[in-house]
Write a protein that binds this ligand. Sequence first.
Ligand code: SRM
Ligand code: SF4
Length: 554
Amino acid sequence: MTTETKQETAVEDIKRSSNYLRGEIGRELDNDVAKVSNESEQILKFHGIYAQDNRDVRRERAVKGEELDYIFMIRIAIPGGRLTTDQWLALDGAATDVADGTIRLTTRQAVQFHGVLKDGLRPLARTLDAHLMTSFGACGDVVRNVVSCPELQGNEADERLREISRHLTRSFRAATEAHWEIFVNGDKAVSREEVTERPFYGETYLPRKFKIAVAHPNENCVDVLAQDVGLIPGVHPVVGEGFNLVVGGGLGRAYANPDTFARLADPMTFVTYDEVEEVIAAVLVTYRELGDRTDRKRARMKYVVADMGYEQFRKEIEVRLGRELREPAALPTHFDADDHLGWRTRHDGTHQVGVRVSAGRVRDDDTQLRSALRLIAQRHPVTFYLTPQQDIVISAIPDAARESVEEILRTHGVRPDAELGNVERTALACPALPTCGQALAEAERRLPELVGNIEGALASRQLGRRALQLRMTGCPNGCARPAVAEVGIVGRTKSTYDVYVGGGPRGDRLATLYREKVPFDEIAVVLGPLFDRWEAEGDEEESFGDFMTRVGVQ
Ligand code: SRM
Ligand code: SF4
């Protein structure tokens, strides 16, 4: 009998021989070539940088035998999405100086710049560093930007919860100084001795990315069950305040690999504030040791949990932790999702306003949103929070500034939340074409049209006032989390999409595949019979996702 030994992927060797994420990046940044080598592409991801090319001109250039339009995407980790006005203004300046003039807010409260040229990478890194931000660790096989509910602010208890996201982002950031050496300080750090890399990373880091989110005690705007590790604040009858810790969520799939699937996390244990870091570190070591390094598509922790079974996975963590895990406490019974839009008065008497950003793209077009945010940041001592719905909350607005903020938004054409359509209000889309190398179909650029079609279909029934959560992606990687949406539209081919229904804002169930390979223009049409049933048979307050779950998807 022969035992087949699977080979590690080439990426493992690239990581191992990179000298803790240096590789040849420094040298390649200095040459005149517009792109970087394959090895550097892999290592650059750990620095928050993706090598891309403008796919709108890819074919035309290839036909003419011309070089592709090589560009870079840079993702900046913003723990809990919190930004000072000074930081926002730095990002705004960088959008003009080195990127395509837009600031892209992500579904994980980060910021992305698109269309950056190679010689813009170092100046951008220095700008970020000068304003206490970094792209390091925003991508790559490490713990990514830790997400937390933007409502966690303003009073002591909430601030303490939000602080966890910043603390965990820092604690689980790789220790290597490679980024500062290559991008920020030049050769200043070369003579420095390498600091020891963290034990849960070592020289090959994690098998793949690792995602953590901190939910609000009562609401799940962060999609906590879609994370590798999710923290749900709660109170334990014996140990008091802390978190229910859930493990093994993830939404990405690949059409070419039927063994890939979306999975919701399982409640694993209850941890106190003091225990949270230690337990997550044990989860990371377990994943580091047991994760699949032979197939990148199955390297996520959810597959370790699914393959060995949740009970066994829990035992593996206990072995590495050196003690038994406490049982989880009861999960919140009221666990909906807030869209954080519109005006509210905070605990401390200041105000906040949540502003919708279509597909997270802050720019000046029909609406002068970028200029409005710049002006607000220049004039008022506010704080910005990016939301996991790609929106922005302008917070800590003093009484005296409220009118001025309102006026700036109005004169720049930023619509108040009351004027938003019921699908438009919460719709998400990933960037897809032309920047994403994995996109099979359009997403962000066709979101407004799709929203219009679906709002039209609802209005033509008596459903025009009913909210509906729509999420659209250009491929099944699921970056806008369509797998848990009431309606998830997932790119299948250049012109068709798979349609999923039955998830919901609580994020506690997966949507079901309803129709495959639907042409874009027919999406609202194929949903029509479901809307008819919802109108005829749904209870007054029953959301579309709840209704579909009750009656079943056929
Ligand atoms: Fe994502 C890869 C954009 C959230 C699952 N994601 C990508 C890349 C980097 C494409 C690539 O690998 O070449 C996309 C960059 C496109 C571009 O041009 O900007 C990309 N992902 C995004 C963002 C910007 C979407 C957005 O509309 O905001 C989000 C950035 C988050 C951040 O700030 O860190 C983003 N990606 C997600 C999420 C949602 C989440 O984490 O809450 C998911 C599903 C959850 C999960 O991880 O399971 C997600 N992205 C993926 C995957 C599938 C991973 C897998 O399990 O197989 C890929 C593919 C990959 O990693 O190889 C991917
Ligand atoms: Fe790209 Fe697919 Fe993610 Fe959209 S879902 S950004 S197409 S990887």
